[in-house]
Design a protein around this ligand. Structure first.
Ligand code: SF4
Ligand code: SF4
Length: 596
């Protein structure tokens, strides 16, 4: 076995969590494709060379080795993978060094997956430098580092403000204060923003061997865009205003047409099939605040809306209201499935009887998310305002049994719809989470999601109920134990923003906390009255119907086309504010009062 481990800090490429800053300008799907190209290049460059190649990945629940094998099938026997562990990047890096050290490696070189141009020569230089230095750092132009190498797992990560422009400098200072010898490599750059990508494109145009897959990808999108531009003919140039698009790099690289288009219509949307509901949840704005009129969206109106989106990859069929109350729901699902769209919704399960359950299965629904905020009849009734706990679990048991019965013989196909349980965690009900895990397991549910509480100081939607950055040590310990029991039971336990449940409660979103959100550029939310909102957080916290209308509603699809709304003045003003230090009021609480 080689005595050096080369570890790539990587994530599983998923829409919405991959290269998030870049995704705002090139789109979430392109960001995923680009990142896959990065990973492919790194695999081909470093697997089977002088170091053992390991992928340290997030999120922990994916089978990363199987995934990476799809990118470089012939190299699978030369690659290893283990999940990152720790509540922040510093802790995760420290864990990597301890992990490799515990397995007998004499030295470890960690590299970022954000710089596909890292060459074997640089890795060899790091390896050699470790003969004399305790720490070898590869500084990135943004003040971070693309590589760090050590022979022992020194903790040079503690209290370093990660994701800032002083990371490398602070790390060097800390290492020196610990008496460690530091060697620095040549500077490289990470690919985080559009100008970085343009710079990479220039570099790869000169020498594609640095990252051939990425070079091919960039050449392809440039070519596609040229085709797209000529086809678009007279259509007006989109007008998104983002500071990154004004970068001088863009013009120089000739990639402006390829990489700077304003947001195309979103491929992921929320549509509210009905605003009616059969519950009175005590944390829900529908119960506690002024709201739109109760109405069901007709099938014709539904088609009128979705037909305006040329591409729909994912549709969430819920808003405020219980989707199963709209009898046209299965037809809507079927309509979307005929387009190849991924369809899901949250539901309280009260109406999930055999007939409706069968209709959902037949329509091809992909995901059914059961909202369940307690493990006892009493707590459920207290939080959800109705005494329906026993009925819901009877429905769920029968639904899952029906699915299993119908899928006998299809052992290798995951059941559809996938059923998951969504728990809004509050001080009031957190103690019931362990019981809920048992209930879920008993009923055949294999996924639980810890949802954040969005509060506005009414009912249970109150700051004193919030756990985000307000959890006690005991509460965090309880969630951590729940993570363990889910793991033992084979239940995927997830939370907002691809964080683990514990991380989701303690995350620090840094300066301008809302700004990591991509929804203003990638998603839209349409109510059953046709109002267009920025996201599903927009119906929370307004003081009056007028304020809701003036502040949250960005247009109405029954008055204007979605294209005109998406590119219109109100959406543009909303995005401009979002980019400033004074975003819309609902955005300004994101990342501070709750995670997103
Ligand atoms: S949270 Fe959902 S189920 Fe509960 S009242 Fe609101 S819309 Fe209805
Ligand atoms: S309210 Fe929050 S989730 Fe919605 S667009 Fe604003 S920052 Fe994003």
């Amino acid at each position: 076995m080689p005595d050096t481990a080369l570890v790539v800090m990587a994530r599983y490429p998923q829409v919405g969590t991959t290269k998030t800053r870049l995704a705002r300008t090139i789109g979430v799907e392109e960001a995923v494709r680009l990142y896959r190209a990065f990973l492919t290049d790194l695999a081909h460059k470093f697997a089977g060379q002088s170091c053992d190649l390991h992928w340290a990945y997030i999120p922990a629940e994916v089978d990363y080795l199987s995934f990476i094998a799809t990118l470089a099938p012939s190299l699978i026997e030369h690659m290893h993978a283990f999940p990152q562990q720790g509540i922040d990047l510093g802790a995760r890096l420290h864990h990597v060094f301890r992990w490799t050290h515990d397995r007998g490696y004499q030295s470890t070189i960690v590299i970022s997956s954000d710089s596909p141009q890292i060459s074997p020569k640089i890795v060899a230089q790091a390896q050699k430098a470790l003969n004399k230095a305790d720490i070898v750092l590869g500084p990135a132009d943004d003040g971070g580092y693309y590589s760090i190498a050590m022979r022992r797992p020194y903790d040079v990560f503690r209290d370093i403000p990660m994701s800032t422009s002083i990371v490398a400098q602070k790390t060097i200072e800390l290492a020196k204060s610990l008496g460690l010898r530091v060697h620095t490599l040549e500077n490289l750059f990470d690919i985080d923003e559009l100008p970085d990508l343009v710079r990479l494109a220039q570099l790869l145009e000169a020498d594609s061997s640095l990252a051939p897959e990425t070079a091919t990808y960039l050449a392809t999108i440039k070519e596609h865009q040229q085709v797209g531009v000529s086809r678009a003919g007279a259509s007006p140039a989109p007008t998104i205003r983002r500071s990154s698009l004004q970068s001088p790099y863009i013009v120089g690289a000739g990639l402006a047409p390829a990489l700077s288009p304003a947001p195309a219509l979103p491929r992921s949307i929320y549509i509210e099939p009905t605003s009616r509901c059969n519950e009175l949840c005590q944390q829900c704005p529908r119960t506690l605040l002024s709201r739109e009129d109760d109405r069901d969206l007709s099938f014709d109106n539904f088609c009128f809306i979705v037909d305006q989106f040329p591409i729909l990859e994912r549709v969430v069929l819920h808003g405020l209201g219980e989707p199963l109350l709209n009898k046209e729901l299965p037809r809507m699902i079927r309509y979307l499935k005929a387009r190849g769209t991924y369809v899901l919704f949250n539901s309280n399960g009260i109406l999930l009887n055999a007939k409706r359950g069968q209709e959902l299965i037949d329509a091809g629904l992909d995901e059914y998310r059961l909202s369940m905020d307690g493990a006892t009849r009493e707590t459920y009734a207290q939080v959800r305002g109705v005494d329906a706990f026993d009925k819901i679990w009877r429905n769920v048991r029968a639904f899952i049994a029906m699915q299993q019965e119908q899928q006998v013989g299809a052992r290798f196909i995951a059941p559809k719809p996938a059923v998951s349980l969504w728990f809004t965690a509050m001080k009031e009900n957190l103690h019931e989470l362990p019981g809920l895990i048992d209930l879920a397991y008993e009923h055949g549910i294999r996924e639980i999601h810890l949802q954040r509480l969005v509060y506005f100081e009414q009912g249970l939607a109150h700051s004193k109920q919030a756990l985000f950055r307000r959890s006690t040590r005991e509460e965090l310990e309880l969630v951590r134990r729940c993570e363990e029991s889910c793991k033992r039971l084979g239940i995927a336990f997830s939370a907002a923003g691809s964080a683990t449940p514990v991380e989701s409660l303690i995350r620090d979103f840094g300066d301008r906390p809302w700004s990591g959100c991509q929804r203003p550029y990638t998603l839209t939310y349409i109510t059953s009255s046709g109002n267009v909102l920025s996201c599903c957080f927009a119906p929370f916290g307004h003081k009056s119907a007028r304020e809701y209308q003036e502040e949250r509603v960005l247009g109405n699809v029954f008055q204007e086309s979605i294209d005109a709304i998406w590119r219109g003045d109100r959406y543009e003003a909303f995005r401009r504010d979002f980019e400033s230090d004074h975003p819309a009021r609902h955005c300004s609480k994101c990342g501070i009062n709750w995670s997103y």
